[in-house]
Design a protein around this ligand. Sequence first.
Ligand code: FAD
Length: 375
Amino acid sequence: MRNTIEISGAGPAGLAAALAVVRSGHKACVYERREDVGKRFHGDFQGLENWTTEIDVLDELASMGIESSFEHTPFYEVTCFSPDGVPREFRSIQPLFYLIRRGSEAGCLDTSLKQQALDAGVEIRFGEKLHRLPSGGIVTQGPRRADAIAAGYLFDTDMADGAYAAISDQLAPKGYAYLLVSSGRGTLASCLFDDFHNERRYLERCVEFFTGKVNVRMNNPRRFGGGGNFSIPRTARKGNILYAGESAGFQDPLFGFGIRWALISGVEAGRALAGGDPARYERIWKRRLRAYHQTAATNRWFYERLGDRGYATALRKYSQENDARTWMKRAYAPSLWKKAWYYAMASRHDKPLLQAHENCDCTWCRCERHMAQTG
Ligand SMILES: Cc1cc2nc3c(=O)[nH]c(=O)nc-3n(C[C@H](O)[C@H](O)[C@H](O)COP(=O)(O)OP(=O)(O)OC[C@H]3O[C@@H](n4cnc5c(N)ncnc54)[C@H](O)[C@@H]3O)c2cc1C
């Protein structure tokens, strides 16, 4: 008999899980509290990282049954400005990342996954919030808290395509600023890991910075923002309920790249539940994601201690490497000492940052208040 597996949340994790469920011969019903997919986003550019494994991320997705039918532009080069404003070039012969868009418009990752899911026979119920999963299911409701926030602008532009980052505590405390331009559209943001209260000030500094450095031209600018949650769980399972994507805290704690982990964990949760072996999910995410998370959390521990002088030194050093993808892969590769450091030091940071949001009016807190009022 074909069971219906219920999934709460139609983000990348939930839709990937639903695809895996129907491909395993079961029915999938996804509940999405908003009126469409991608409503957490605004058509902003994001990067699908391609540096944590040797295999190309698009090939990995294909091997999991996810088609790259969303718009994706490979980027082989990023210019990263150090705190003193010096540009450092990072290049690779393979794509460092694929530029994609997030939101409800045609071409976005979210709409492409929705179409793939509908074509495969998944039922999606929009405007329905799921509170309980009495007979089990998969929870993929996105972040439960904000360990980092992004505040930015989307805009139209006549600038040439390009990917830029800037690392400086004056622009994005313990995080980074980014400017992504492709085909006449742009996204500029400050991604902060601290001092959320002052997001507006940092964002305006980022605009000023990129204007001075690359003459950014923003036509029709629209504000956007969001928050991210990354804290590796002890378990991503409660009986027959599996947690995937950001709901489980699966997101790169160093720089906040979560799409790939959301898709991987979604597929594995869907396969395990459809296969009647939820415990398998626990084994698989621990094997595939946990060591990467521990490494990235350790990297973040060191990153937070660098300060502006340390960032400048690190950028100078790493920009001398031949292929940026190769050293990024090395930096993210699980290792025994990083695992040991994680347990000794970095795991202490995997705690709710409630104090950081006390009396806070950042993009995350405003959005939470709005969702609480509107349901
Ligand atoms: C501004 C910003 C920039 C980012 N940039 C990048 C990037 O460049 N690269 C990268 O890899 N990652 C990036 N991320 C992180 C990435 O977007 C997330 O990790 C990813 O979207 C997580 O997918 P998910 O499916 O777990 O959750 P989500 O995408 O958040 O989807 C969860 C869905 O569940 C729905 N939902 C919530 N509660 C309920 C409920 N009770 N019932 C029903 N539905 C519910 C929500 O409406 C939402 O549609 C960025 C995040 C932000 C905010």
